[in-house]
Design a protein around this ligand. Sequence first.
Ligand code: EPS
Length: 357
Amino acid sequence: FAITTFGESHGPAIGCVVDGCPPGLAIAPDDFRHDLARRATGKSRHTSARHEADEVEILSGVYEGRTTGTPIALLIRNTDARSRDYAKIAEQFRPGHADYTYWQKYGIRDPRGGGRSSARETTMRVAAGVIAKKWLADRHGVRVQGFLSQIGDIVPDTIDLAVVEDNPFFWPDAAQVPALEAYMDALRKSGDSVGARVDVYADGLPPGWGEPVYGKLDGELAGALMSINAVKGVEIGDGFASVAQRGSQHRDPIGREGFESNHAGGILGGISTGQRVRCSVAFKPTSSLRLPVDSLDIHGEPVEVVTTGRHDPCVGIRATPICEAMVALVLMDQALRHRAQCGDVGDIIPRVPGRKP
Ligand code: EPS
């Protein structure tokens, strides 16, 4: 099970191919609307003002509303591309942006926006993730839910998943939302940007998903989450906090009812324990800023770069559905691999006491 995406932010369309989805899953264009709207620009004053329809066309792999098992191709036509903001910086490198490395690698500059380095690319990750989320929920009762767990140095006082969808930040602490609005307004006025952290929980996994050495569940999650534009760090379970812990603190005691804590983040030895899988993802502050900065142009001449246009002061605000999608895609892949290796319920080998079906 694999995906790839294609298209430029200012080209005619973006799309993806989802390969390896089993046949028989009900999929319709309506299924994509909710998650695409959660990720979309122009939903609040705190994100880019670009207004895209994000209407999915299913080109292949679905017949009479059901997946056929062949590659699923999804297409979204761009409806609000605007290239004029990029004309000025077409030959400049924005410090902190992939402009520089793309130029060093390919030696060609795509004038149609940021090309593959634009946040627009993540639209198709979310669309592909809708298929994975639906399959995981239908076939395994697995639910994937994310939330914003930090903006700059602000962290929630409480984590209440029930309020996450009620505010434009996916913030789990309703009482803090007015303060976040004020923080983001001041940030936007300053012309600067800020980083953010997204947490994702996956609930309902059986024990056993994940390959033990190559293709570990945590390794695949880290790779998939790290592949999102602007991501600079991924943690599983207690992550980097584990460095300061003792083994006696970090281990999760096992009682008759199961594990009594979850420092491991639901994964041991690359294989799911059956507990909640916890991932945490760090997004850098975006680099397209109104604040001037020294740089070079493609001819090697010094320039002062100022970026105007419809940019996100905190791209992490829109990243919750993207991270959920990447987690869901990895989980679906691992579930299918597990099925190939151990059968649907893992009972090809005889049950032994303490082994869960
Ligand atoms: C982006 C700049 C803005 C954002 C865009 C990402 O677009 P434009 O290039 O048209 O000014 O709106 O994000 C999206 C279009 C999207 O769907 O996420 C950038 O510089 O990365």
